[in-house]
Design a protein around this ligand. Structure first.
Ligand SMILES: [Fe+2]
Length: 295
């Protein structure tokens, strides 16, 4: 039997060796990129709020309201991950924008220890400033608030200085001139009464903003043909928005930004918090500052 131990190893083909090196480099780069994207999506972007400035055009807006600012905050989902510190910093940035009114469009909690976290949110909310004071601080419910307890959540919102009208129209008045804020219940869990809510409201001649957590309200037949501006949330912008593809997972087709159907417009806010998995990519947390303008 021949002894192979004396056999000399043939030197590796230099072309194959180079290919192997390049392949390993590519694998390494892809691996590092994936780790980088993971760290960014988990550790950085969800904690970096973006203040989005938009113009909200309203028909028959009284002159005194032109140039006034409304802040919208949605889907706070306060939790161990969406921390009270992060929310305090976000509210401080919102205060620096000097809004006249602040609207919350639902989903303040996730289920885990929601009442404890809601108490912390309530404390943070007391630091929110707007020129209209308590009259300008309005909050409507979202599905998560019903899935936990709207009774408890709404009480904490009230303790934080906000009113929580549901299926009511609230007048906001500046120097004797009024705009109307129609406060809608949650589409999934509440009572939707758009017809009743808007009965007696002359949407052709009065500026009306409708607050609805769920943007699918835009399809409600009672809104068709009305001149009304809807502010909504719920989608979180998908939380992950891939280049060229968009958001692969969303609970609605109205994912982010402005939509129009005739004279009805809607803005969908990307949300301030996130739900598990608490990642955001190309979809930072948002506070919207609307400057009101006449159209
Ligand atoms: Fe949400």
């Amino acid at each position: 039997m021949k002894n192979d131990s004396n056999k000399k190893e043939s030197p590796e083909d230099p072309v194959l060796s180079r290919r192997k090196f390049i392949r390993n480099c590519v694998r390494g780069a892809v691996g590092l990129s994936a780790v980088g994207v993971g760290v960014y999506s988990l550790g950085f972007e969800p904690h970096s709020v973006s203040i989005e400035h938009q113009t909200l055009y309203l028909k028959n807006l009284p002159d005194v309201w032109r140039g006034r600012k409304i802040a919208q905050v949605s889907d706070i989902h306060i939790s161990r991950v969406v921390s009270p510190d992060f929310i305090n910093r976000a509210f401080e940035r919102m205060n620096r924008e000097k809004p006249d009114a602040v609207f919350f469009t639902g989903d303040y909690v996730i289920s885990w220890k929601f009442d404890e976290f809601m108490e912390k949110l309530s404390q943070s909310m007391k630091k929110i400033e707007c020129s209209l004071g308590s009259a300008g601080k309005i909050a409507v419910p979202g599905n998560h608030d019903y899935w936990t307890s709207w009774d408890i959540v709404s009480q904490k919102l009230v303790n934080g200085g906000f009113s929580t009208p549901v299926n009511q129209v609230i007048p906001l008045t500046l120097e004797g001139e009024t705009i109307l804020i129609a406060c809608c219940d949650d589409l999934w869990c509440g009572r939707i009464e758009i017809k009743k809510l808007l009965s007696g409201v002359d949407t052709e001649n009065r500026p009306v903003i409708l607050l609805s957590h769920n943007p699918d309200i835009f399809d409600n037949v009672e809104l068709k043909g009305r001149t009304i501006s809807v502010l909504s949330g719920h989608s979180h912008g998908g939380q992950v928005c891939l280049p060229f593809i968009g958001a692969p997972i969303t609970p609605t087709r109205y994912v982010r930004g402005f939509f129009r159907d005739g004279n009805t417009t809607m803005y969908v806010n990307r949300g301030l918090g996130s739900i598990p998995p608490p990642v955001r990519f190309n979809c930072p947390p948002e506070i919207t500052i609307f400057t009101l303008e006449k159209c």
